[in-house]
Ligand binder design. Structure first.
Ligand code: AMP
Ligand code: MG
Length: 419
């Protein structure tokens, strides 16, 4: 049996970063930029006002005070989106709104609050300034955010809301990004019934297809649901062949030692097994292989196949530990690991068979310290434990367990790492 780290290394070494595609900026959220973005414009395009107020020559306010205001003649108003019709001459001011271009001759803006505007009627033709204004006050300079010709976003960054905003501010509607992987999902098991069907006695609903597809979507893969294969080689091969155009194949179930656990046999025939069984709990029977497939252009290639265990908790945890980093790698992301914190554990956890345990836990922060408590029964079929958990407490394989009050490592499931 190999360790968690060895298994992850082997999976990642079967995975390549995918090719590029052009996407509308909003649809590119969470994808990795595949081009350097240069600006063809200055942002802001012109010197403009940071305040609603008056554009003035600062020297015209010299000596102004509350007791002895300086009065200037108001000769025009300029609003955002318009161009000033005239400039500011000595002894004059132009009423200006936030974002409006600074008129010729003005070197500062005085906000309304620093004038006697509130005390007068708007059309009085003049305005009193209650303070001296510093040269350059409340002016946003052309190009102060982005200078024309400069590089604004570097290839390799992840598109998040600020990047979408910056791209829009440059007038870009589409960008080149690393494309999202298509992940084919196949559940195995004669006991499975699809949702929306009546449930015959002795059968269970197929939940793994949906929890896996939800995880694929969460990490920005594109799920391709292949349905359910029965526990025989012919059924499995037929279904798997429908997924040979995917970037990765995920199966659930059929990887243990049961009479009908045929995933490994099919993998050995259709491709190659890289490893089977990992020293962890839940999820020990995880299998990795490659399977011969065809690209869209008909070129032979091998597709990684991760056979997840069938028990619904083991399915989800092994996905988080091994498939999630693989998807992130295909997307071109650099940080493949989930955030890990240290927490005080509120109860003992025994480790009886030398596997690394990933226990479902609720992590809370109190007085600057994280505390973790288990969600309840930890059986690998108790899927509701995953709905309660926000983290996985790690119990090392080389220890007999952890005691109440010990500091433990917790992998946080609910902090999605973007970078
Ligand atoms: P297996 O590894 O195929 O023996 O499956 C282990 C356990 O997980 C069995 O109790 C299965 O019924 C259950 N299981 C397998 N596949 C699914 C699935 N797609 N949805 C829900 N439970 C499943
Ligand atoms: Mg089965």
């Amino acid at each position: 049996m190999i360790s968690v780290e060895q298994a992850l290394d082997k999976i990642l070494s079967c995975i390549d970063v995918l090719g590029e595609e052009q996407r509308p900026i909003l649809d590119a959220m969470g994808q990795v930029l595949a081009e350097d973005i240069y600006s063809t414009i200055d942002i802001p395009p012109l010197d403009n006002s940071a305040m609603d107020g008056y554009a003035v020559r600062s020297e015209d306010t010299r000596g102004a005070s509350r007791q002895s205001p300086r009065f200037l003649r108001v000769i025009d108003t300029v609003i955002a989106g318009s161009i000033p019709k005239c400039g500011v001459e000595p002894g004059t001011a132009i009423r200006i709104m936030t974002g409006a271009p600074i008129p010729e001759g003005a070197d500062s803006v005085v906000r309304f609050e620093d004038t006697d505007e509130a005390q007068r009627k708007r059309d009085s033709g003049e305005i009193g300034f209650l303070y001296e204004v510093k040269l350059g006050s409340a002016i946003r300079s052309a190009g102060e955010d982005i200078a024309r010709g400069s590089i604004v976003l570097h290839k390799g960054v992840v598109i998040r809301p600020p990047e979408v905003g910056v791209l829009a501010s440059l007038g870009r509607s589409r960008v080149m990004v690393i494309r999202r992987p298509i992940v084919a999902i196949l559940a195995t098991g004669g006991e499975l019934v699809d949702i929306n069907q009546p449930l015959p006695v002795g059968k269970i609903y197929n939940s793994n297809t949906y929890s896996i597809a939800a995880l694929v979507q969460r990490y920005r893969g594109i799920p391709k649901i292949l349905g359910v294969a029965l526990d025989n080689e012919d059924s499995l091969v037929a279904k798997l062949h429908q997924g040979l155009d995917a970037d990765m194949l995920i199966t659930s179930g059929g990887v243990s030692l049961g009479d009908h656990d045929v995933v490994k046999d099919v993998l050995a025939k259709e491709g190659e097994i890289v490893f089977w069984k990992v020293r962890l709990k839940p999820g020990k029977p995880l299998v990795l292989g490659t399977i011969k497939g065809l690209s869209k252009t008909g070129i032979a290639r091998s597709i990684p196949l991760v056979g997840l265990p069938g028990n619904p908790v083991g399915t989800m945890i092994t996905f988080e530990l091994f498939v999630c980093p693989a998807i992130l790698k295909m997307l071109g992301k650099k940080n493949l690991a989930k955030p890990t914190i240290e927490a005080v554990i509120s109860e003992p956890i025994k480790n009886e068979d030398g596997r690394r345990i990933f226990a479902r836990a609720i992590v809370e922060k109190r007085d600057g310290q994280y505390f973790a408590r288990l969600t309840g029964p930890q059986g690998s079929g108790i899927l509701t434990s995953m709905t309660l958990a926000n983290g996985l407490v790690v119990v090392p394989e080389d220890k007999p367990g952890v005691e109440k009050g010990d500091i433990v490592q917790v992998i946080m499931l609910d902090w999605i790492e973007e970078s």
